[in-house]
Design a binder for this molecule. Structure first.
Ligand SMILES: O=C(O)C1=C[C@@H](OP(=O)(O)O)[C@@H](O)[C@H](O)C1
Ligand SMILES: C=C(OP(=O)(O)O)C(=O)O
Length: 429
């Protein structure tokens, strides 16, 4: 799909989308939980759909209730076929691979798009230590595993991604780990582990977090035979694009975000405060509007998904914004530091990369351009937001990449006044 965005006047109120990080974790927990879970406010992004597909293939029964909630009957890992697909979701494959490995059946785990080239060699190294046979395509998909996973004391590297640890924590807990510890060197994206532990706690699994260096399982569970009501949180990662829209293009109100959430990308509020956007944070809603925007400094090492919206923001901030943590972007849906440099370059924004630092020279005006998402949802959304105050129209190729996390994104900005035109392939212009 090609999307054209015109410079637009923005105003209105919008509900944040459902968080795929919260939804996918809820699906995994519901599969493992020995009982029924009601998932309220379920997401419908491609990553969410993939997670639902995986848990169904692993034996969960999923029913849609009249109000749109999902009723999931789990009961552990009981694979119905010899293969599962995680779509394009990094969290999906890294969380579900240890969970799939709880089975004693040989199962192939596959995916598509950018996931095929993202690194999974962590599993080649770690799973055999837990009694799991694994064959990969030299550290890439597809993976073939055969368990059952046996929780043991291990030491892992947390520097590439927190997602592997999320999967191990869930699989250890559901395998009744007792008296064992996962030691983690150099963990990054720590708030995502807070989110994992918060979800696990709601389902009755207790893990002791010793300063993000050790995760100890004493075997304490708090399961009561009851239906769990799990509500998917509003998504700070997707909402970051809405909030930046407000900061650069007009007064808006965003609803449905929990300001106490453990989600990493809640940190977008700090950047919005630092750059001088007009911001009112209330329990029920966040109001935001443009101010005299100035360059800011921000460390995104623990919240790497904020780079794309913050680059859109920094483009409109006078001076050079410095964002730390660019090294965390290499293995996302695209090599995001380079992608941002290339695509924002087309709109006239100079971005310099100095080791782990990204320097964005902003406040000089943006020009509409023909840009490409590189099949990366967050790049498509960053370009769309930046286009709202550029001179001239911006044409985004492969714009449907947004379906990975925020399928309603274009409709949402349209409802705020953005002039958006969609053109599907094979359609006349
Ligand atoms: O656990 C999660 O939900 C995620 C963790 C982060 O990945 P890393 O831990 O690889 O940084 C983030 O970038 C990703 O979009 C979602
Ligand atoms: C990197 C992302 O997701 P994942 O790693 O789960 O594919 C993302 O949503 O930006």
């Amino acid at each position: 799909m090609i999307v054209t965005i015109q410079p637009s006047e923005i105003k209105g109120t919008i509900q944040a989308p459902a968080s795929k990080s919260s939804m996918q974790r809820g699906c995994a927990a519901a599969l493992l939980y020995l009982g029924t879970t009601i998932i309220r406010n379920p997401g419908h992004s491609n990553d969410d759909k993939a997670a639902l597909g995986v848990i169904k293939d692993l034996g969960a029964k999923v029913e849609t209730l009249a109000d749109g909630s999902l009723q999931i009957t789990g009961g552990g890992v009981n694979p119905e076929s010899g293969a599962v697909s995680c779509g394009e979701s990094g969290l999906g494959i890294r969380m579900f691979t240890p969970i799939v490995s709880m089975s004693n059946k040989r199962i192939t785990i596959n995916g598509e798009g950018s996931l095929v080239t993202r690194p999974m060699d962590f599993f080649d190294e770690v799973l055999p230590q837990l009694g799991v046979e694994i064959v990969s395509r030299e550290g890439k998909l597809p993976l073939q595993v055969k368990g059952p996973l046996q929780p043991k004391n291990i030491t892992i590297d947390g520097s590439l991604s927190s997602q592997f640890l999320t999967g191990l924590l869930m699989a250890y807990a559901a395998s009744n780990a007792k008296g064992v510890t996962i030691t983690v060197d150099n963990l990054k994206s720590k708030p995502y582990i807070d989110l994992t532990l918060a979800v696990m706690k709601q389902f009755g699994w207790q893990v002791e977090n010793r300063n993000y260096e050790q995760f100890h399982f004493s075997g304490t569970t708090n399961h009561k035979p009851q239906t769990i009501n799990y509500t998917v949180e509003g998504d700070w990662s997707g909402a970051a694009f809405l909030l930046v829209t407000g900061a650069i293009a007009g007064d808006i109100t965003v609803k449905g975000l929990d300001v106490q959430s453990t989600q990493a990308d809640r940190a977008v509020l700090q950047a919005l405060q630092a750059c001088g956007a007009r911001l009112s944070i209330q329990a029920e809603q966040i109001e935001i509007g443009p101010g005299a925007l100035k360059a800011f400094q921000f460390d995104a090492t623990e919240c790497p998904d904020l780079f794309p919206p913050l680059v859109a923001l920094a483009s409109y901030c006078k001076g050079t914004t410095v964002i730390e943590g660019a090294g965390r972007l290499t293995h996302k849906e695209s090599n995001r530091a380079l992608t941002l440099q290339e695509e924002f370059g087309k709109m006239g924004v100079e971005i310099e990369l100095q080791d782990d630092l990204m320097l964005i020279k902003g406040g000089n005006g943006l020009k509409g351009a023909a840009v490409h998402s590189h099949h990366d949802h967050r790049i498509a959304m960053a370009c769309a937001v930046a286009a709202l105050k550029a001179t001239g129209e911006t044409v985004i190729s492969e714009a449907h990449a947004i379906n990975k996390s925020y399928p309603d994104f274009y409709e949402h900005i349209q409802s705020l006044g953005a002039v958006v035109q969609k053109q599907f392939e094979n359609e006349p212009i």
